[in-house]
Design a protein around this ligand. Sequence first.
Ligand code: NDP
Length: 292
Amino acid sequence: MTAQLIDGKMIAQQVRDEVAATVAKRTAAGKQKPTLATVLVGDRPDSQAYVKSKGKACEELGMGSVSHHLPAETSQEELEKLIKSLNDDKTINGILVQLPLPSHLNEERVLQLISIEKDVDGFSPINIGRLAQKGREPLFVPCTPYGCIYLLEKSGVKIEGANAVVLGRSNIVGMPAALLLIGKNATVTVCHSRTQDLPGTVRRADILIAAIGKTEMVRGDWIKPGAAIIDVGINSVPDATKKSGHRLVGDVNFNEAKEVAGFITPVPGGVGPMTIAMLMKNTLRAAEIQDK
Ligand code: NDP
């Protein structure tokens, strides 16, 4: 292996330790515990697991969490009423609506309603709009892309002036990751399902962020020697040697890419643990903003 492994698990733990230490100082000084409200509509098992792990992380870091689990048939009006009450609730610092919402609900209207000072997921149009504008700063950066950039910076990868390629243009990963890289003075190419010559484009990347959800699609011979690879993809493949019968792999063929890249994140243990760590960082930041 030539690439340096970017250990997301270890870096996420450092972020969590820093957050926990600041939270402990705040509570010792008599300040309110930073508190996250999660809102889950419906019974998707993956969403239930995500919300549960976010609540658990709050508890581990000395923060508060309040979970609202609403039935799948909840109306737009009922959901909006809950969001408004959380906006007004002084004991709540951050509001996270677990996506995707059931299809009868208008996600855009819900995200727009979250107070910008409590938008710890960073998905409100105001926060995203600020991310897209030169010279403006969002209050919160979406957690997964924030984690990707944090991993690059912690590993000493130079972003300024680099050619960066982002695979995927979703609202939650690809697009905000591209905007963050532009903000850090990279030259960015964003690829999607209609991009021509994906291998040729990826070969020019000093930094690659892969977020397409396609099992090991990026091959070793697509990688520029020495490039930094951040693999966001989480794909399940059958594996008879595992008790569960499956294992998780990324969007990049790790075994091939690690022989060519300069830096690489593993899956699991790369970007995954960063998402919740950055959510905790954002929730602490929300409490600090609301102190003022
Ligand atoms: P989406 O399905 O919302 O977006 C996928 C993007 O990839 C789209 O922009 C799509 O293009 C593009 N795409 C799909 N197929 C191809 C292809 N063959 N070639 C080029 N581009 C393609 O996914 P998400 O952004 O939500 O997630 C991406 C991956 O990241 C998933 O594996 C997901 O599980 C993982 N993930 C991991 C997280 C973590 O914490 N580690 C958090 C969030 C997601 P188009 O726009 O044209 O349709």
